[in-house]
Design a protein around this ligand. Structure first.
Ligand code: AMP
Length: 368
């Protein structure tokens, strides 16, 4: 099960395989066989979602049992709850029976509560609940869930009886919704705080952080062929030639699987790099979501960089004339990219003066 699927306007990725589903249904069946030995439970399936779970579970129940189904319909527009459920279709007298409600998924528990209240009125001997999937974080009720196949998070799931706008029920395994990628460019002059803020954003949104400056420094430290080529440009505070940077990013993007997105820090820095990035992303059906530009005035930047140079020993941060050259390069080559992304409706300017937390708060609001 490695393939992503598209249902309507959404993409889903594999979540729980047939084999794992089968294992857990076997376990639930064993528990029911054990708990109801000598009794004759009535399994009540809730349509439509429970159909696959019900059928597979039933095949594994080896004690005598009976079956029935019911459906729940929702009415909107009442004043109090806004959503009243009505139980339809149970054509069996359940008085005195040992009823097990069979659900596909228990989410908030609102539907389940209505079913339980409704069936309790018919005086069963006992009433328990079995569900393939349970969302403990979404559950708002106290009624116990007796048999659970899997506990899951709050993500939207589809397949194995569960639908997205009535499609996907026939999939024989479970899929989880795939959120669109979040690809952010954290933009700004040297010393604006891109590295620090990138790390915070990376953690919050589970992104892969790509800093071209860090990559070049890594290559220089390890004296690789690329490091040797980049060294003279970096030490003078000039830009490394576009093609070297673009190839390095191309390699990184190809290596990075299974990420929720990227945060680009220090890249792109020229119009050619920005165009190349759009093309590289488009090849994978990805795109830049937002370009967040940290705005800090130049004298403040020079002060920050000289201070950073004292701690890090970075040559390009230690000499004011090299720093001023980096600023000049930024203003000439890089700053015009704000227009490039404004034209795509993706540029957001953020005030880069303040504490790390304050600036981070502004970035988070800009991304919300
Ligand atoms: P940074 O750490 O982003 O300030 O980058 C340090 C130095 O690495 C820059 O002054 C450039 O010499 C080089 N560099 C980093 N990213 C790029 C890029 N996207 N294009 C060209 N040169 C870069």
């Amino acid at each position: 099960m490695e393939k992503e699927i598209t249902l309507g306007d959404k993409t889903f990725k594999p979540f729980i395989s047939k084999e794992k589903i089968d294992e857990q249904i076997s376990r639930v069946a064993q528990e029911i066989n054990r708990d109801y030995k000598g009794k004759k439970p009535l399994l009540v399936g809730i349509l439509n979602g429970s159909v696959m779970f019900f059928s597979d579970l039933l095949k594994k129940i080896d004690i005598e049992c009976e079956v029935a189904f019911l459906r729940v319909s929702s009415y909107k527009g009442t004043e109090t709850t806004g959503n009243v459920k009505k139980v339809l279709g149970l054509d069996k007298n359940i008085e005195g029976s040992d009823v097990i409600i069979i659900e596909d998924i228990v989410d908030t528990g609102i539907t389940l509560e209505h079913i339980v209240n409704d069936l309790s009125g018919s005086k069963p001997n006992s009433l328990k609940v079995a569900t393939l999937l349970f969302k403990p974080n979404a559950y708002t009720k106290d009624y116990p869930i007796d048999y659970v196949g899997f506990e899951v998070g709050n993500e939207f799931l589809v397949g194995f009886g569960l639908d997205y706008n009535e499609i996907g029920r026939n999939l024989d395994e479970l899929y989880i919704i795939k959120e669109p990628m979040l690809n952010i460019i954290l933009f700004g002059p040297p010393g604006a705080g891109k590295g620090t803020q990138s790390e915070l954003i990376q953690e919050k949104f589970n992104l892969t952080h790509l800093s071209t400056g860090d990559m070049f420094r890594f290559h220089m430290k390890n004296d690789t062929a690329l490091g040797k080529k980049a060294k003279e440009y970096m030490e003078a505070g000039n830009l490394v030639p576009d093609q070297l940077v673009i190839d390095m990013i191309d390699n990184k993007l190809s290596e990075s699987h299974d990420t929720d997105g990227f945060i680009f820090d220090g890249f792109p820095r020229t119009p050619d790099q920005a165009t190349a990035l759009d093309e590289l992303l488009a090849k994978k059906d990805w795109e830049i979501s937002k370009m967040v530009s940290l705005e800090v005035e130049e004298n403040e930047l020079v002060k920050r960089l000289l201070l950073r140079g004292k701690d890090s020993g970075r040559k390009d941060d230690s000499d004011e004339s090299i720093i001023r050259n980096r600023m000049a390069v930024y203003n000439k080559e890089t700053a015009p990219l704000k227009d490039f992304y404004s034209n795509q409706g993706k540029h957001i300017g953020v005030d880069g003066i303040g504490t790390i937390e304050e600036i981070n708060g502004r970035i988070n609001s800009a991304l919300a």
